[in-house]
Design a binder for this molecule. Structure first.
Ligand code: SAM
Length: 298
């Protein structure tokens, strides 16, 4: 059980405490950079050259898809900020129906092409438009009838802040996109969220994001935070990216993960997700649990 705020000796009483579990997943090696991105069909897919760094590599996309199919009930998944379809195609190949949204028409055209070459175009419902406008439209129709996605996957643009020491989740993309606002908009439409993020996100911000979703959905008290799961993808000694699982998908997946023997106290540290993973790997551990302190998002 996370401690009550007033129990945290030496920390600001306005801070909340939360636990987070971190797992490190090694990516299988690919023969070429193109196969790393798209697997065997790399010659048939289309994407603009500037999207190359944004595409979710195939093995990571497939690992996330496996978690969604195993732990998130329902066969319809929203892929918000879907880019050229790295995740959408993986989800559709696994048999899920995918609602996808991207603001860029060329990316939308490429996603539809990429779904076609994978033989899964009939499972993709693709729209071009601004995320907030599209989600508001969907929410107006779905909330009154209680309809929800089995899971929502969010891969926002990372932008220049990626070069900062600690990545700011409230200033993503061109600096005006906040992960907190993005998940807040979509919170009523699912109970399972999968949020892709850079390796230099502070581990406490992963918990803060989970707490924010929880409080928007009405489940948060000021004293407890449902534990998120952070999966860190590494390739050799390189940390590629991370994924924060929030809500039911995190709770269900955590039931299948053997808890580590001790909880590492990070309440006084500003460790990034990558620092957590490196520390774990240096001790030969692939699963870790940490206690963090964070200020709730206002
Ligand atoms: C990191 S990329 C997603 C990559 C994707 N997962 C893939 O594998 O292809 C982020 C995407 O967000 C889109 N985007 C940026 N702002 C948006 C907005 N306001 N609404 C919808 N899409 C947006 C960009 O066009 C870009 O394609």
């Amino acid at each position: 059980m996370p401690a009550m705020p007033e129990e945290i000796f030496g920390l600001d009483a306005a801070l909340l405490m939360g636990l987070v579990t971190i797992i490190v997943t090694e990516c299988p090696r690919a023969a070429t950079a193109s196969q790393w991105l798209w697997g065997g069909l790399w010659k048939s897919v289309k994407y603009a050259a500037h999207m190359r760094k944004s595409i979710t590599p195939r093995s990571i996309a497939d690992t996330i898809t496996a978690a969604i199919t195993m732990y998130a009930a329902g066969s319809i998944v929203l892929d918000a900020f879907s880019g050229v379809g790295g995740q959408s195609v993986s989800l559709a190949v696994a048999g899920l129906t995918v609602f996808a949204c991207d603001i860029n028409q060329t990316n939308v055209d490429h996603t539809m092409h990429n779904a076609r070459v994978h033989g899964v175009a009939e499972r993709l419902r693709m729209v071009c438009g601004d995320y907030f406008a599209r989600i508001a439209g969907l929410a107006a129709k779905w909330i009154p009838i209680g309809r929800k996605f089995g899971a929502i996957h969010v891969d926002m643009p990372w932008g220049k802040a990626y070069e900062e020491e600690i990545y700011p989740l409230h200033r993503m993309g061109d600096g005006t996109l906040s992960a907190y606002d993005v998940l807040e908009a979509v919170a009523p439409l699912s109970d399972s969220f999968v949020f892709k993020c850079p390796r230099n996100v502070a581990i406490r911000d992963a918990v803060k994001l989970a707490y924010h979703v929880q409080s928007i959905k009405g489940g948060a008290s000021t004293h407890t935070v449902a534990m998120p799961l952070v999966e860190v993808f590494v390739s050799g000694d390189k940390t590629v990216m991370a994924v924060i699982y929030i809500g039911d998908i995190a709770a269900k997946r955590l039931e299948d993960i053997a808890p580590p023997a001790r909880v590492v106290d990070l309440t006084h540290k500003r460790w990034t997700i990558e620092q957590c993973a490196k520390s774990m790997l240096s001790r030969g551990k692939r699963v870790g649990c940490a206690n963090v302190a964070f200020a709730p998002f206002a």
